[in-house]
Design a protein around this ligand. Structure first.
Ligand code: PEP
Ligand code: MN
Length: 351
């Protein structure tokens, strides 16, 4: 349940209620708006009496929260959250672009991609060091060596960094090198890993599972937040449907649905959704137009020879063109590219 306080409720009233909640063995989470404070209650609500609560000073009303996810729920935290990743913000008012190769393939390769995506306006470098590949015979990633290259490329370019983790060991190693960890689609319901991500102490990018409903996805986010890490960003990356023209089907409606259900930032990965580079830019435009807080795009120096996901990777030129083409959509949505990058308007030929 949530307890909505009257506008400008006294601090002593808020304190009295939170004490009462805690004395009964439940947890109170405060969300302070400009006028109204909301107290979210987590735990066995049968241990609290609603009549008692409503009689506390400055209480306006008590609203039940029927959804199983609480801390990720917009009712608990009506203002949209902003998540800081290194020196970058993901949240309202900005459009945060993460870009880079599917897999880190080498130090020089990563640096080359990092410089190119930065020049085009990306602010976070993505790159996989642990690759959850469908075939066990495919390239599995450079592991810690790849993480070291991510750190070097981040330092060299000033980009923040994000890298997928797939296990306890990879998580423990990754937090030493990157600014944000990613839980991939295949691990979205690996509850042990989610709990560990909740204790990791750095922000988490949580991708949607291949066949996960939005409710299951929000419950996965809840696992992370419940362990004490509120810095979760959701990433829609396409779901399995009967359609085979694209690798997955981008569930664009997930963006407005999530905006209604959660305060967490939402980004879209059109690369894994499409599976083909030529669909990435139109899907990116759609994502921005329907309210995404950012994008994750795969970019490669030589897509034809990429060790993973080459067909969906953009060349530097195509990524630069994508960035220019999404500008007007970002402006219409009132979003700035972070760091006030001076991206040019698209020229008519590039449209
Ligand atoms: C990735 O980002 O490289 C990746 C493997 O994505 P997903 O988990 O969405 O398939
Ligand atoms: Mn990939």
């Amino acid at each position: 349940m949530i307890i909505v306080m009257k506008p400008h409720a006294a601090e002593t009233s808020i304190k009295a209620i939170t004490n009462y909640i805690q004395e009964n063995g439940l947890t109170a989470h405060l969300s302070r708006g400009t006028e109204v404070t909301i107290i979210g209650v987590v735990g066995d609500k049968n241990r609290l009496s609603t009549e008692n609560l409503i009689s506390f000073k400055d209480v306006d009303r008590i609203v039940p929260v029927t959804e199983s996810y609480k801390l990720a729920n917009k009712k608990f935290h009506p203002e949209p959250s902003t998540v800081r990743v290194g020196n970058v913000s993901i949240g309202p008012g900005t459009l945060t672009v993460m870009a880079g190769p599917c897999a880190v393939e080498g130090e020089e390769q990563l640096l080359e991609v990092a410089r190119a995506v930065k020049a085009a306006g990306a602010v976070i470098l993505r790159g996989g060091a642990y690759k959850p590949r469908t075939s066990p015979y495919s390239f599995q990633g450079l592991e810690e060596e790849g993480l070291r290259y991510m750190q070097t490329a981040g330092k060299e370019t000033g980009l923040a960094t994000v890298c997928e983790v797939v296990s306890h060991e990879s998580l423990e190693t990754a937090v030493k090198y990157v600014d944000m960890i990613q839980i991939g689609a295949r691990n979205m319901q690996n509850f042990i890993l989610l709990k560990e991500a909740g204790r990791a102490g750095i922000p988490v990018l949580l991708k949607r599972g291949l066949s996960a409903t939005i409710e299951e996805w929000l419950n996965a986010a809840e696992y992370i937040i419940a362990e004490g890490n509120p810095n979760v960003v959701l990433c829609e990356r396409g779901i399995r449907t009967f359609e085979t023209s694209t690798r997955n089907t981008l569930d664009i409606s997930a963006v407005p649905v999530l905006k209604e259900k959660t305060h967490l930032p939402v980004i879209v990965d059109p690369s894994h959704a499409a599976g083909a580079y030529k669909y990435v830019t139109p899907l990116a435009k759609a994502a921005v137009a329907c309210g995404a807080d950012g994008l994750m795009i795969e970019v490669h120096n030589d897509p034809a020879h990429a060790l993973s996901d080459g067909p969906q990777s953009l060349t530097f030129e195509k990524f630069d063109s994508l960035m220019k083409q999404i500008m007007p959509y970002a402006k219409l949505e009132g979003r700035q590219f972070p760091e006030k990058r001076d991206l040019e308007e698209p020229s008519p030929e590039e449209e």
